[in-house]
Design a protein around this ligand. Structure first.
Ligand SMILES: Cc1cc2nc3c(=O)[nH]c(=O)nc-3n(C[C@H](O)[C@H](O)[C@H](O)COP(=O)(O)OP(=O)(O)OC[C@H]3O[C@@H](n4cnc5c(N)ncnc54)[C@H](O)[C@@H]3O)c2cc1C
Length: 511
């Protein structure tokens, strides 16, 4: 009997497994595919944009450097003596809305982000992400069994049994991280609700006889959109067919060429198709992420079109949010209702991402009304405020969980505060504990924080840029649970610590 069994060793299942293993849970991951390698996971087909919020999640667990190495990217500027400023600088790369690309010079840094190794998004691929997480999972004692597809799920008050590979695998909790066509979601009886597709999208890696027929980057056309990426022969196309293409079979060369010609309005000619797949803008979400002892995370909990590059980031956010809450529940020291804050916090974030992709579909539709809205949006994107709004929606900078505290930082991903000795917040979180940062000279929260010493690390010292705060309490998932001013209210700190970390009978009495 394991503490937790996870279906699916994709990026989300693996991130969750690492979090649970780090917290001391016994974890079994059951993965359908026998081989983790696939051309769909490497450049260019497997390329994925990680947002700054996801990068911060890797950074806080000491996984950013391995990720950058695996992605063939140079190290981030995180050396304590790096001559960086403590003022945020604008991001170097930004996203698009419905194929309308943002101008990076129009984007200001988010007021809640500080410079550091996790200040920017990273372009990586699925293989790099999964290899780094698989290695960490092994380090923290997670067992991954490949070639085992989950085919049955049964639960009672005591635990869950998943059937896979002709065997039963029992655990106290189960999490479906088995992707958009999740078997766990279906078998455990989750409702999956949303909107049906308007288009079929295709990604194609092919020999193209006359690539110059296609304009580089995103091109919106009267009938849809196409994308010619910098990678030779790698193109994407959206066809507003109402999602009619039969996706049970791979698209043929003739079909792909016909769609690409129609949407691009060119006579482009495809040669041999090396790889091709299709997707839609079907936008569906589980109505709850927990049913009894079964939970969902990642694409298993929500599916939507890849417009805006958010699915993986959303899933990593789920895993980071769920991991420490489920671990505390397994240990038996979770405060009342902690596990249900997972759905409470992550469902609204997922719903907003689904709406974001729907809004892009509405703007791209091949009709006069959509074209009229498109023109308005294009004008707005030409403005600084419009650009910042879109950037903050896609980068995660606008994500704020409602924790019932009006302070603008509470509920957000914590800035990577840097103490005078160069230590960053991210450096203090590799073991997955929460952190109290006490910026005041009199270290007034030291005694109070000691009560939660096994759950919360206390660190004191002036910050190079404290954003006007006296102290912050950061949850293991990097979310700010409480922010105090220069004269921090100790009672308010204790209320927040009790809410998220519970009360410890064995902990020392506050001094
Ligand atoms: C073209 C394209 C581009 C994208 N670009 C981006 C991007 O730039 N940024 C971004 O954030 N997102 C992007 N996404 C979305 C992103 O790839 C997904 O949201 C992400 O991979 C979901 O991760 P996951 O772990 O939830 O699911 P998956 O990656 O689907 O992993 C699920 C795992 O479960 C396994 N599995 C399935 N069924 C079973 C079963 N019955 N039993 C056991 N195991 C099972 C599968 O084999 C798989 O390993 C893109 C998607 C597409 C299609």
């Amino acid at each position: 009997m394991h503490d937790v069994v996870i279906a699916g060793a994709g990026p989300v299942g693996l991130f969750l497994a690492c979090e649970l293993g780090l917290a001391g849970c016994s974890v079994l991951v059951l993965e359908r595919d026998p081989d983790p390698r696939s051309p769909w996971k490497t450049h260019p087909l497997g390329m994925r944009g990680l947002s700054a919020t996801s990068v911060a999640a890797f950074h806080r667990r000491g996984l950013l450097r391995p990720l950058l190495t695996a992605s063939g990217l140079p190290d981030a500027p995180d050396a304590p003596d790096a001559p960086d400023s403590d003022e945020p600088s604008p991001p170097r790369s930004v996203s698009h809305f419905a194929g309308m690309v943002l101008d990076p010079s129009n984007v200001a840094a988010s007021p809640f982000r500080l410079p550091g190794p996790a200040a920017e998004g990273v372009m990586t691929d699925l293989e790099a992400v999964e290899s780094v997480l698989s290695a960490r999972a092994a380090d923290v004692g997670v067992e991954i069994r490949r070639g085992l597809a989950v085919s049955a799920v049964e639960q009672d008050d005591e635990g869950v049994v998943l059937r896979a590979g002709g065997h039963e695998h029992a655990a106290r909790w189960a999490v479906g991280c088995d992707g958009g066509r999740s078997v766990v979601r279906r078998l455990a009886g989750f409702d999956f609700a949303g909107t049906e597709p308007q288009f079929t999208g295709y990604v194609v890696l092919a020999a193209i006889a006359d690539p110059e027929e296609l304009r580089p980057g995103f091109t919106l056309t009267p009938t849809g959109m196409y994308l010619r990426t910098p990678a030779e022969g790698y193109v994407g196309v959206l066809d507003f067919d109402g999602g009619a293409f039969d996706r049970s079979r791979p698209p043929t060369r003739d079909h792909l060429q016909a769609v690409l010609r129609r949407v691009s309005g060119t006579e482009v000619t495809l040669g041999e198709v090396r790889h091709a797949s299709s997707f839609t803008d079907r936008a569906m979400q589980a109505t709850t992420y927990r049913r009894g002892r079964v939970l969902l995370a990642g694409d298993a909990a929500h599916v939507h079109s890849p417009l805006g590059a958010q699915g993986l980031n959303l899933g990593i956010g789920d895993a980071v949010n769920l991991g420490w809450k489920l671990a505390a529940t397994v240990r038996g020291d979770a405060p009342d209702g902690l596990l249900d804050t997972y759905t409470g916090e992550r469902h609204p974030v997922g719903a907003r991402v689904l709406d974001w992709t729907r809004a892009q579909t509405a703007v791209m539709k091949p009709d006069a009304h959509a074209r009229a809205i498109q023109a308005v949006v294009r004008d707005l994107l030409g403005t600084r405020d419009g650009t910042i709004y879109v950037f903050e929606r896609t980068s995660g900078a606008r994500t704020r969980h409602d924790l019932g505290d009006e302070h603008p930082l509470v509920g957000r991903d914590a800035p990577d505060f840097r103490l005078a000795d160069g230590t960053r917040l991210g450096d203090l979180m590799p073991d997955g504990r929460g952190v109290v940062l006490d910026f005041g000279a009199d270290h007034r929260l030291r005694g109070a924080a000691a009560r939660w010493g096994s759950r919360v690390r206390y660190a004191a010292g002036a910050a190079r840029n404290d954003l006007g705060l006296g102290a912050v309490l950061v949850r293991p998932d990097g979310v700010v649970a409480w922010a105090g001013d220069r004269d921090p209210d100790r009672a308010a700190f204790e209320r927040a610590a009790t809410r998220w970390f519970g009360v410890h009978p064995s902990s020392p009495v506050p001094v």
